[in-house]
Design a protein around this ligand. Structure first.
Ligand code: ASP
Length: 440
């Protein structure tokens, strides 16, 4: 029998109706054996995510000594779920223990993790699957970083004898047993960890959209869904702002090449997006897989004549960046110029200091900082060794009257990045989208 690991996100778990839909999906296939769950998300726009409320519980207990008041919301939400689904569980006892432990905790992680914990406990009872606590199988090192080796050992051993299990997402434990969470949206990572540990054939990630879009739907009306994308392409797109999956969720499955299928709980027949290890064979008309972008970048432009023959010039600039803990995006250079493209947030409140240090390090003829740059990545293995993709991008941008301030194409040819003024951000995405995905 094949093994599928299914992770369901917050919207899929938001109330009893959504949860019974989730259980139908699980039961529709015997292969759906390991279920990783998020905490209930928002039921409507005005609602609160359970995880946000749990952080509020921790903050309130820090201020007032107890989280009793905001914890009422947690009690009500889970009570509705348990009552409507008629799950036989002594919810009150669990909630009383959690409230007490939040009041005694010294970090927000324990509180934040309880949303997933309760989701999984209830679902395990509802489905009659075994509950396996993430605290037993997901480990962090003392310095807080994820311990992939130990986790894989523990999770494989614990799950090997269990045919059907429900596991809470988002958290694990430190060596001293204290709960620690991943960053927000981290249940995607937990799902991936479980998929690797049980050598799954497929990791299904169930959410509230039918896959990755080829471009941001806030800018493009009804963009096409990406049918297939490689891990690498997805990394590029997620890094540049496309969000559906936690960017770290790829690492555990990448090691063993397990595909991830993004599926829609509210439209389960949709095929969704398949994320695969190797670049799928592209048809001639599938040069580009997707487009993504981000605003709020700055450029530090350094000029010095004879720069290109001055050994160690770039290294000295890079050490200044390192000194300030800056990780830069791009470093395009000319004969006598070098630009550093970096997130504007790195410069806030210390731009003058950074500039002064660069002047000290390389004595440039001039140094200027420009703000308000947006970066847009056009991503696709299909571009590799094909003539004319860059020309299509730049012709489309010229027609849209967009001035390109910076260009960067890695030699892997899977990605062309353009830098434009932030005001041209949307026009750039529209022009590139219409060129490669438009109906013309
Ligand atoms: N519940 C957590 C969050 O809201 C983790 C997750 O849903 O993946 O970030």
């Amino acid at each position: 029998m094949a093994i599928k690991v299914c992770k369901f996100g917050g919207t899929s778990m938001s109330d009893s109706k959504a949860i019974s839909r989730v259980s139908e999906i699980i039961k529709a296939e015997k292969d759906r054996r390991y279920i990783v769950l998020s905490a209930p998300g928002k039921r409507n726009k005005e609602d609160f995510k359970i995880t946000d409320k749990l952080y509020e519980c921790y903050n309130t207990k820090c201020k007032c000594g107890t989280c009793a008041e905001p914890f009422k919301f947690i009690r009500e939400r889970y009570q509705e779920i348990v009552d409507a689904l008629k799950v036989k569980i002594d919810l009150k006892s669990y909630l009383d223990v959690i409230q007490k432990e939040i009041d005694e905790s010294t970090a927000p992680d324990y509180a934040a993790s309880r949303g997933e914990y309760l989701s999984a406990l209830i679902m395990a009872k509802y489905l009659d699957y075994e509950f396996v606590d993430a605290a037993e199988i997901i480990r962090f090192k003392e310095d807080g970083s994820f311990d992939d080796v130990l986790t894989n050992e523990l999770a494989s051993a614990r799950l090997s004898g269990v045919a059907y299990a429900v596991i809470p997402g988002f958290y694990g434990t430190l060596p001293n047993g204290v709960v620690k969470t991943f960053s927000r949206g981290g249940s995607d990572v937990s799902g991936s960890i479980v998929a690797r540990a049980v050598s799954a054939d497929l990791y299904e990630n169930w959410t509230d959209v039918s896959g990755f879009m080829t471009a941001d739907p806030r800018i493009i009306d009804n963009p096409k869904i990406i049918k297939k994308v490689s891990y690498q392409e997805l990394r590029e797109l997620s890094y540049m702002g496309a969000s559906v999956l936690h960017p770290d969720a790829i690492f555990p499955v990448r090691l063993s090449g397990i595909p991830i299928n993004i599926k829609n709980t509210f439209s389960p027949e949709d095929k969704g997006t398949m994320i695969v290890a190797h670049s799928p064979a592209h048809k001639a008309d599938e040069l580009v897989t997707g487009i993504a972008g981000k605003k709020d970048f700055s450029v530090i432009l350094v000029e010095k004549s004879m720069m290109n023959s001055e050994l160690g010039f770039a290294r000295r600039i890079m050490s200044v960046l390192e000194e300030f803990g800056i990780s830069f995006e791009h470093m395009p250079s000319g004969v006598d110029t070098l630009s550093v493209v970096l997130a504007t947030s790195y410069l806030v409140g210390r731009e003058d200091k950074i500039v002064a240090r660069i002047i000290e390090a390389v004595s440039p003829d001039s140094i200027v900082v420009h703000h308000g740059l947006a970066l847009i990545a056009t991503v696709g293995h299909g571009m590799n060794a094909k003539v004319g993709t860059a020309s299509r991008i730049f012709t489309a941008l010229a027609k849209a009257n967009v001035n390109v301030r910076m260009i960067d194409q890695g030699s892997s040819e899977k990605n062309i990045i353009v830098g434009v003024q932030s005001v041209d951000y949307e026009a750039t995405i529209k022009a590139i989208y219409n060129e490669f995905f438009g109906e013309n």
